[in-house]
Design a protein around this ligand. Structure first.
Ligand code: MG
Ligand code: MG
Length: 249
Protein backbone atom coordinates (compact mmCIF):
# COMPACT_ATOMS: atom_id res chain seq x y z
CA UNK A 1 0.00 0.00 0.00
CA UNK A 2 1.23 3.49 -0.80
CA UNK A 3 0.77 5.72 2.21
CA UNK A 4 -0.58 9.26 2.10
CA UNK A 5 1.27 11.48 4.52
CA UNK A 6 -0.52 13.90 6.83
CA UNK A 7 0.50 17.57 6.79
CA UNK A 8 2.21 17.02 10.15
CA UNK A 9 4.26 14.18 8.64
CA UNK A 10 5.07 16.28 5.58
CA UNK A 11 6.43 19.01 7.88
CA UNK A 12 8.84 16.47 9.43
CA UNK A 13 9.77 15.09 5.99
CA UNK A 14 10.52 18.68 4.91
CA UNK A 15 12.90 19.13 7.84
CA UNK A 16 14.64 15.82 7.06
CA UNK A 17 14.83 16.77 3.37
CA UNK A 18 16.24 20.17 4.19
CA UNK A 19 18.98 18.61 6.33
CA UNK A 20 19.91 16.41 3.35
CA UNK A 21 19.97 19.48 1.09
CA UNK A 22 22.11 21.44 3.55
CA UNK A 23 24.52 18.50 3.87
CA UNK A 24 25.00 18.44 0.09
CA UNK A 25 25.72 22.20 0.14
CA UNK A 26 28.16 21.75 3.01
CA UNK A 27 30.09 18.97 1.21
CA UNK A 28 30.35 20.69 -2.19
CA UNK A 29 33.40 22.86 -1.47
CA UNK A 30 35.19 19.77 -0.09
CA UNK A 31 34.97 17.89 -3.42
CA UNK A 32 38.57 18.60 -4.39
CA UNK A 33 41.50 16.50 -5.58
CA UNK A 34 43.17 14.73 -2.66
CA UNK A 35 40.19 14.43 -0.31
CA UNK A 36 39.38 10.84 0.61
CA UNK A 37 35.85 9.51 0.35
CA UNK A 38 36.06 8.63 4.05
CA UNK A 39 36.82 12.26 4.92
CA UNK A 40 33.66 13.27 3.07
CA UNK A 41 31.73 10.62 4.98
CA UNK A 42 32.97 11.92 8.35
CA UNK A 43 32.16 15.53 7.44
CA UNK A 44 28.66 14.54 6.32
CA UNK A 45 27.93 12.45 9.39
CA UNK A 46 29.00 15.26 11.74
CA UNK A 47 26.91 17.78 9.85
CA UNK A 48 23.82 15.54 9.86
CA UNK A 49 24.13 14.85 13.58
CA UNK A 50 24.72 18.53 14.42
CA UNK A 51 21.49 19.22 12.53
CA UNK A 52 19.60 16.97 14.93
CA UNK A 53 19.27 14.01 12.56
CA UNK A 54 20.95 10.65 12.00
CA UNK A 55 22.46 9.35 8.73
CA UNK A 56 19.79 7.06 7.22
CA UNK A 57 22.26 4.85 5.38
CA UNK A 58 24.56 4.04 8.29
CA UNK A 59 23.99 0.39 9.13
CA UNK A 60 21.10 0.15 6.64
CA UNK A 61 21.27 -3.46 5.46
CA UNK A 62 24.75 -3.41 7.02
CA UNK A 63 26.06 -0.48 4.93
CA UNK A 64 29.25 0.71 6.65
CA UNK A 65 29.20 4.40 5.65
CA UNK A 66 27.00 7.39 6.46
CA UNK A 67 26.77 8.44 2.80
CA UNK A 68 27.42 6.70 -0.52
CA UNK A 69 30.28 8.05 -2.65
CA UNK A 70 30.46 6.51 -6.11
CA UNK A 71 33.21 7.45 -8.55
CA UNK A 72 33.22 7.32 -12.38
CA UNK A 73 32.00 3.86 -13.46
CA UNK A 74 30.47 3.26 -10.02
CA UNK A 75 26.73 3.75 -10.32
CA UNK A 76 25.64 3.79 -6.67
CA UNK A 77 26.40 2.43 -3.17
CA UNK A 78 30.12 3.27 -3.19
CA UNK A 79 31.57 2.68 0.28
CA UNK A 80 33.58 5.60 1.74
CA UNK A 81 37.22 4.67 2.24
CA UNK A 82 40.83 5.65 1.61
CA UNK A 83 40.42 6.50 -2.04
CA UNK A 84 41.26 10.08 -3.00
CA UNK A 85 39.30 12.17 -5.47
CA UNK A 86 41.25 13.18 -8.56
CA UNK A 87 40.85 16.02 -11.03
CA UNK A 88 38.26 14.97 -13.61
CA UNK A 89 36.55 12.32 -11.45
CA UNK A 90 32.77 12.12 -11.70
CA UNK A 91 31.56 11.69 -8.15
CA UNK A 92 28.00 10.81 -7.11
CA UNK A 93 27.08 11.59 -3.53
CA UNK A 94 23.93 10.03 -2.09
CA UNK A 95 22.76 11.31 1.30
CA UNK A 96 19.92 10.24 3.59
CA UNK A 97 18.98 11.81 6.92
CA UNK A 98 16.40 10.75 9.48
CA UNK A 99 14.73 13.48 11.59
CA UNK A 100 12.30 12.43 14.32
CA UNK A 101 11.70 9.16 12.50
CA UNK A 102 11.22 10.64 9.01
CA UNK A 103 13.71 10.33 6.16
CA UNK A 104 15.00 12.52 3.36
CA UNK A 105 16.98 11.04 0.44
CA UNK A 106 18.80 12.87 -2.32
CA UNK A 107 21.75 12.28 -4.64
CA UNK A 108 23.80 14.63 -6.79
CA UNK A 109 26.69 14.07 -9.17
CA UNK A 110 29.59 16.41 -9.79
CA UNK A 111 32.88 16.49 -11.63
CA UNK A 112 35.96 17.33 -9.57
CA UNK A 113 37.90 20.16 -11.24
CA UNK A 114 37.64 20.27 -15.01
CA UNK A 115 35.03 17.97 -16.60
CA UNK A 116 35.60 16.21 -19.91
CA UNK A 117 32.92 17.08 -22.46
CA UNK A 118 31.53 13.53 -22.12
CA UNK A 119 31.14 13.78 -18.36
CA UNK A 120 29.66 17.28 -18.59
CA UNK A 121 27.11 15.89 -21.08
CA UNK A 122 26.24 12.99 -18.77
CA UNK A 123 25.74 15.29 -15.76
CA UNK A 124 23.63 17.79 -17.65
CA UNK A 125 21.31 15.20 -19.13
CA UNK A 126 20.95 13.01 -16.05
CA UNK A 127 19.79 16.04 -14.07
CA UNK A 128 17.47 17.05 -16.90
CA UNK A 129 16.07 13.49 -17.03
CA UNK A 130 15.13 13.84 -13.34
CA UNK A 131 13.31 17.09 -14.10
CA UNK A 132 11.65 15.57 -17.19
CA UNK A 133 10.15 12.98 -14.81
CA UNK A 134 9.24 15.58 -12.19
CA UNK A 135 7.46 17.67 -14.81
CA UNK A 136 4.86 14.87 -15.12
CA UNK A 137 4.18 14.62 -11.37
CA UNK A 138 0.81 15.67 -10.01
CA UNK A 139 -2.13 13.98 -8.32
CA UNK A 140 -4.13 11.88 -10.78
CA UNK A 141 -1.33 10.86 -13.15
CA UNK A 142 0.02 7.32 -13.43
CA UNK A 143 3.43 6.65 -11.99
CA UNK A 144 4.29 5.09 -15.38
CA UNK A 145 3.94 8.55 -16.94
CA UNK A 146 6.82 9.75 -14.77
CA UNK A 147 8.94 6.66 -15.44
CA UNK A 148 8.28 6.86 -19.16
CA UNK A 149 9.27 10.55 -19.33
CA UNK A 150 12.63 9.78 -17.69
CA UNK A 151 13.32 6.86 -20.02
CA UNK A 152 12.30 8.80 -23.10
CA UNK A 153 14.53 11.74 -22.16
CA UNK A 154 17.48 9.45 -21.40
CA UNK A 155 17.23 7.29 -24.50
CA UNK A 156 16.73 10.29 -26.78
CA UNK A 157 20.07 11.51 -25.38
CA UNK A 158 21.68 8.10 -25.99
CA UNK A 159 22.22 7.32 -22.32
CA UNK A 160 21.90 3.87 -20.75
CA UNK A 161 19.05 3.60 -18.22
CA UNK A 162 19.87 1.44 -15.19
CA UNK A 163 16.86 -0.83 -14.64
CA UNK A 164 17.84 -2.94 -11.63
CA UNK A 165 17.75 0.02 -9.23
CA UNK A 166 14.73 2.24 -8.82
CA UNK A 167 13.28 5.15 -6.85
CA UNK A 168 10.87 4.57 -4.00
CA UNK A 169 8.38 5.94 -1.52
CA UNK A 170 9.86 7.73 1.51
CA UNK A 171 8.46 8.14 5.02
CA UNK A 172 9.21 6.54 8.34
CA UNK A 173 11.05 3.96 6.25
CA UNK A 174 13.82 4.96 3.87
CA UNK A 175 12.37 2.68 1.19
CA UNK A 176 8.60 2.37 0.98
CA UNK A 177 6.10 1.55 -1.72
CA UNK A 178 5.85 2.29 -4.57
CA UNK A 179 8.91 1.40 -6.60
CA UNK A 180 9.67 4.25 -9.01
CA UNK A 181 11.44 2.81 -12.06
CA UNK A 182 13.30 5.02 -14.50
CA UNK A 183 11.63 3.27 -17.42
CA UNK A 184 8.09 2.20 -18.17
CA UNK A 185 4.88 2.69 -20.04
CA UNK A 186 2.84 5.86 -19.89
CA UNK A 187 -0.61 5.21 -18.41
CA UNK A 188 0.59 2.22 -16.35
CA UNK A 189 1.19 1.73 -12.64
CA UNK A 190 -0.42 3.28 -9.57
CA UNK A 191 -2.12 6.67 -9.67
CA UNK A 192 -0.34 9.41 -7.72
CA UNK A 193 -2.29 11.13 -4.96
CA UNK A 194 -1.89 14.35 -3.02
CA UNK A 195 0.39 13.67 -0.02
CA UNK A 196 2.36 10.76 -1.45
CA UNK A 197 6.10 11.20 -0.88
CA UNK A 198 8.49 9.60 -3.35
CA UNK A 199 12.16 9.70 -4.28
CA UNK A 200 12.78 9.90 -8.01
CA UNK A 201 16.33 8.97 -8.94
CA UNK A 202 17.53 8.32 -12.47
CA UNK A 203 20.88 6.51 -12.74
CA UNK A 204 22.13 7.00 -16.28
CA UNK A 205 25.22 5.62 -18.01
CA UNK A 206 27.32 7.05 -20.85
CA UNK A 207 27.48 3.56 -22.28
CA UNK A 208 25.39 0.43 -21.92
CA UNK A 209 22.64 0.08 -19.30
CA UNK A 210 24.12 -3.12 -17.84
CA UNK A 211 25.61 -3.10 -14.39
CA UNK A 212 27.07 -5.52 -11.87
CA UNK A 213 27.92 -5.65 -8.19
CA UNK A 214 31.48 -5.76 -6.88
CA UNK A 215 32.68 -8.37 -4.39
CA UNK A 216 32.23 -5.89 -1.53
CA UNK A 217 28.51 -6.74 -1.95
CA UNK A 218 27.63 -3.05 -2.29
CA UNK A 219 29.29 -1.12 -5.06
CA UNK A 220 27.40 -1.24 -8.35
CA UNK A 221 29.46 -0.54 -11.47
CA UNK A 222 28.77 -0.25 -15.17
CA UNK A 223 29.44 -3.36 -17.25
CA UNK A 224 31.46 -1.46 -19.86
CA UNK A 225 33.45 0.72 -17.43
CA UNK A 226 31.95 3.98 -18.73
CA UNK A 227 30.86 6.66 -16.25
CA UNK A 228 27.46 6.81 -14.58
CA UNK A 229 25.58 9.70 -12.94
CA UNK A 230 22.82 9.82 -10.33
CA UNK A 231 20.40 12.64 -9.47
CA UNK A 232 17.69 12.19 -6.87
CA UNK A 233 15.09 14.30 -5.08
CA UNK A 234 12.51 13.38 -2.49
CA UNK A 235 9.25 15.13 -3.38
CA UNK A 236 5.65 15.35 -2.20
CA UNK A 237 2.89 14.91 -4.78
CA UNK A 238 0.42 17.78 -4.86
CA UNK A 239 -2.88 18.39 -6.68
CA UNK A 240 -1.19 20.90 -8.98
CA UNK A 241 2.26 19.33 -9.25
CA UNK A 242 4.91 18.59 -6.66
CA UNK A 243 7.12 20.13 -4.03
CA UNK A 244 10.79 19.19 -3.72
CA UNK A 245 11.62 18.35 -0.08
CA UNK A 246 15.38 17.99 -0.63
CA UNK A 247 15.99 21.29 -2.46
CA UNK A 248 16.33 24.96 -1.76
CA UNK A 249 13.35 26.24 0.22
MG1 MG B 1 19.49 8.17 -2.33
MG1 MG C 1 16.73 6.73 -2.89
Amino acid sequence: MISIKSEREIELLKIAGNIVYQTHQYLKPHLKPGVTTKELDILAEKFIRQSGATPSFKGYGGFPGSICVSINDEVVHGIPGRRKLKNGDLVSIDIGACYQGYHGDSAWSYVVGTPSSEKAYLLEHTEKALFAGLAKVKAGVHLGDVSHAIEEYATSHHLGVVKELVGHGVGTNLHEEPEVPNYGKAGSGPILKDGMVIAIEPMLNLGVADIYELEDDWTIITADGKPSAHFEHTIVVRCDGYQILTGEE
